[in-house]
Design a protein around this ligand. Sequence first.
Ligand code: NAG
Ligand code: NAG
Ligand code: NAG
Length: 482
Amino acid sequence: MGYQRGLKFGTALTVLIVLVAIYYRNSENVLQKRLQALVQGLEGLENKHVIKSRPKVAIGYGVCTDVYVNAKDLLNYDEQMGRPQHFDEINTELELLKSFAYYFRHGAAAERYMANRTLFDELVNKARSFESSYSTIGGNAAVMALRFAREGCDVTLAAKLTRSLHQMMPQVINIVGGEVKRDDIHLVIEYKHGEVWGPYSSARANRYIIHNDAINPRISSLDAFDKLLSTYEPNLLVISGLQMMDNYPFVDGDRQKLLQKVKKQMTERSPFTKIHFEMASFAEDKLLFELCDSVIPFADSLGMNEQEIANLYNAMYYGNISLVTNSTPRIATVLDQMRTLFKLIRTRGKTIENSRELTRIHVHTLAYQAIFTVKGSMWKNTMAAAAKASLTAHRHVCATSHVDINKAALILDDSFSTSIIDGTRIALDINKPVSCWDETLKVGNEVIPIQVCVAPVLVCTEAVQTAGGGDNISSAGLVLQI
Ligand SMILES: *[C@@H]1O[C@H](CO)[C@@H](O)[C@H](O)[C@H]1NC(C)=O
Ligand SMILES: *[C@@H]1O[C@H](CO)[C@@H](O)[C@H](O)[C@H]1NC(C)=O
Ligand SMILES: *[C@@H]1O[C@H](CO)[C@@H](O)[C@H](O)[C@H]1NC(C)=O
């Protein structure tokens, strides 16, 4: 009896295991089919728009060499280091460890100035000694230039660089600014999702960057760029790389003077030239407030990630800044921040001489892309731009030109709300992956019609690189809109 019962139980168990296996295999198949349909939908949108005329794009400022290293290789966790802590600038190894821990545990991207050149050079040499380390052309402006060139634009980059770095740049990119003896180096310390460092583990794959720039913070290429722009009228001017000024030891007043020059460069452009400002990780509140006064009001378009929008939102709405925020915010939260920022910037712009009317905001996050454009403005193809930005996000992080669904995951839910308060629920349609709708935003007495597009990102589950992602993504979005 006991034996028979055991046998029956055994059989039942086997059957159950087989059923469970079939169930999982089927649900795996369903999942794969969903991802495949999504990729096809996104690629269909991306391919519908071929860039016919070669748009002229001018990009400021800077270039550097990015040296990549795995966090685990370079930084040994030290039990004596104490609590994670934010430092405006980093001088010692202990400060580096504390600062790294501060951002790592949130999976938040960060970029910090290291004043101690001895220590910086030591770290770069140590990083380069690891087999896993490699270097590439870096700097927001340069990475955007490379992407625009690859997409078939006529590209001019404002940057001062060594002859050897110049030779590494594709010849199709026109570089103005002149030569230097030593290129700025950015040490990109990367980590994967769920990586463990001492008692901390990372909420997502990301990077922590340290630099000891001497050329980029001073925008050494600005005057040469001015000269070029006086005779050359690009379709798009991109302002980026200004975060290199963050916590840089300027002589009093020098930074403000530089930013005034940037402002002048923006305000002197004809209405034919659209201006995009690419945000970045700013930790110094004074700099961020200066940007709110002397750069942001003069841009037609803004690009940023989830940390940067939270930071800018806090700066403009509360007058304080946020160093780290949720690295995977809900769509509703980000859309609400975009609405508020749009209204704040447009309202403030009314009282600022020579300001431009903001007509586009692009926020790139790990899980989705969100783009606002004012209806009737010059920005075209918002839906396709969101699709292209989403595909570029995956391709960049996985370092591939082909989306492999085995390395892709969808972390969005089946539906999302358009706002925290009184939002509408929108279901994610796998066959029409980019959701677009119309809204109106009220600024004073003005009612501004906008189009909102949200595209899910096929998150790369085997991250190869995270730095430079935002630059590639922003440029990929812009290129279909100009
Ligand atoms: C700079 O770094 C070196 C090497 O780690 C260290 O010996 C020195 O004390 C640091 N200087 C300052 C001012 O912290
Ligand atoms: C900024 O100020 C607001 C309102 O006072 C507050 O709720 C928020 O926590 C502050 N944020 C930071 C990062 O200090
Ligand atoms: C992003 O830009 C970098 C630098 O130009 C390039 O190496 C990388 O391949 C780009 N990513 C994609 C997805 O093209």
